[in-house]
Design a protein around this ligand. Structure first.
Ligand code: C5J
Length: 221
């Protein structure tokens, strides 16, 4: 059992029953010309966490822990994309439209690929999710249960959308969840700060937060 200092109090986990979760580190959100930019965001903020996520991946792989990657991805026929999601607002490009990296948020397109620096290795679980949360319409809970996973450590983007939604879904399903503060990012710094504060408030009502340094220190070989 490993214990690390965390907010609001120490987080204890057994790496054999803990998965490192990397949420949506795909070109659609992090590179210019993708879905994130189509929504009017400055995407440059998000790339800053890539080296930190990579350090955590390297450590977790060295420990032999389970790694789970997600992508926000829709089927090419968009049958899994409700009109309420696709037609919201007035962006220049919508989900399924063709942009510089192919069709936005569509599985198999260049923009839907995970950044090469963080590419999944053979044997790592990759979940394509049509929603913001990783449990909705994915069958993931059963797969994690079959592998004996009880704890989840979250990284990725964006803090207040897909990371927070996935962590809340996980909390409701009984997982103990830790989010790594400097391995998650938002287009809006104030939303990131508020999300971390609200999830860890009230005695870790959704879960814990810690820094990558704290996790690396506690998992030194
Ligand atoms: C968003 C995500 N922000 N991965 N998706 O639409 O957070």
């Amino acid at each position: 059992m490993i214990e690390i200092p965390a907010t609001p109090f120490a987080f204890r986990f057994d790496p054999r029953h803990t998965a490192l979760v990397v949420i949506d580190m795909q070109r659609d959100f992090i590179e210019r010309g993708g879905f994130g930019e189509a929504l009017g965001n400055d995407v440059t903020r998000l790339a800053a966490i890539v080296p930190t996520v990579r350090r955590l991946l390297d450590r977790w792989r060295a420990l032999g822990g389970m790694v789970l990657h997600t992508r926000e991805a829709h089927r090419p026929d968009l049958a899994d994309c409700p009109p309420a999601k696709r037609l919201r607002g007035n962006p220049p490009l919508r989900i399924g439209d063709v942009g510089p990296m192919g069709r936005l948020l569509v599985a198999g397109e260049p923009g839907n690929q995970i950044l090469p620096e963080l590419a999944p290795l053979d044997g790592e679980l990759v979940v394509d999710k049509p929603g913001k949360g990783m449990f909705y319409a994915t069958g993931l809970h059963q797969q994690l249960q079959e592998k004996g996973i009880t704890h989840l450590i979250f990284t990725g983007v964006t803090t207040e959308v897909c990371v927070q939604t996935s962590m809340r879904e996980a909390n409701d399903r009984g997982y103990d969840c830790l989010v790594i503060e400097d391995a998650t990012e938002s287009y809006f710094p104030e939303f990131k700060a508020a999300t971390l504060a609200m999830m860890t408030a009230q005695g870790a009502i959704v879960g814990w937060s810690a820094t990558s340094g704290q996790l690396l220190q506690a998992t030194q070989p």
